[in-house]
Design a protein around this ligand. Structure first.
Ligand SMILES: [Fe+2]
Ligand SMILES: [Fe+2]
Length: 248
């Protein structure tokens, strides 16, 4: 089995030397930061609801996918915790209030049920979505630089790297378990991209949270091309060996 890569870092360690007093600003600035960070926080948090939905639908069938989702869920919780810390530091947030707000949100998976048909279509969707998220975060460098401490840029670098690893790990599930279905990936991604409506269509599903200006048509098309390229790479002999040693 190809084990998912997991990166070792902690937002707590990154931010423990910082206090909200270091980042005071005009109320309008604080409000703007809040408006910018809140969707980042809740989309990360929504990973736990997607994972729950996968359990309800009994979608996870292979050891590879199970290992992928366990590593992924732990990372998305780490991102959630980090965004809560950032909102406490720069946007006047409090963890208690933010967690209460998170708990009152609703989740409707009917909009993506086409991609929850089986483990394969789910993993294709995740591989693409994580690549989009990775590149959209990369486009937000200016905002994090503007918060006034290099640790926010270090945070962004860690999150971008995690999202890239998520996409790669999902791609590896496809390469290891679904190489006979690689020809279907393009059609699934076409369907995903054409189904993306607008900002208001997000229903708490974690995936397809394509808000804001970073998610251009070009970004989506480039991510599609990247995923198609990555899934087409055959397993290396070393990967093949690992795959054979730990069969399902
Ligand atoms: Fe994330
Ligand atoms: Fe992710």
């Amino acid at each position: 089995m190809i084990a998912p890569v997991r990166r070792d870092w902690s937002p707590k360690d990154l931010f423990n030397a910082l206090t909200p007093a270091m980042f005071t600003a005009e109320p309008s600035v604080v409000r703007a930061r809040w408006d910018r960070l809140w969707p980042e926080l809740y989309t990360e948090y929504d990973a736990r609801h997607l994972k729950k939905e996968l359990c309800i639908r009994n979608l996870i069938k292979t050891n590879e996918a199970e290992a992928f989702f366990n590593a992924w869920a732990a990372d998305e919780e780490r991102h959630t915790d980090g965004f809560i810390q950032i909102m406490e530091l720069v946007a006047g947030g409090s963890e208690t209030d933010l967690r209460q707000r998170l708990n009152t949100r609703s989740h409707d998976f009917s909009a993506i049920s086409e991609f929850l048909k089986d483990e394969f279509s789910l993993i294709v969707m995740i591989a693409f979505d994580e690549m989009c998220t990775c590149r959209a975060y990369a486009a937000e460098r200016e905002f994090y630089a503007g918060l006034g401490n290099r640790r926010f840029l270090l945070w962004l670098r860690e999150v971008i790297a995690d999202e890239a690893v998520h996409s790669m790990n999902a791609v590896n599930v496809i390469r290891a378990r679904y190489c006979n279905r690689v020809s279907e990936v393009g059609v699934i991604l076409e369907s995903l991209i054409s189904g993306i409506a607008d900002d208001t269509s997000y229903t708490g599903t974690f995936v397809l949270d394509y808000f804001g200006t970073a998610y251009t048509k070009e970004l989506l098309a480039n991510c599609r091309a990247t995923i198609l390229r990555n899934v087409a790479k055959p397993l290396t002999p070393a990967e093949q060996d690992g795959n054979n040693r730990r069969p399902n």
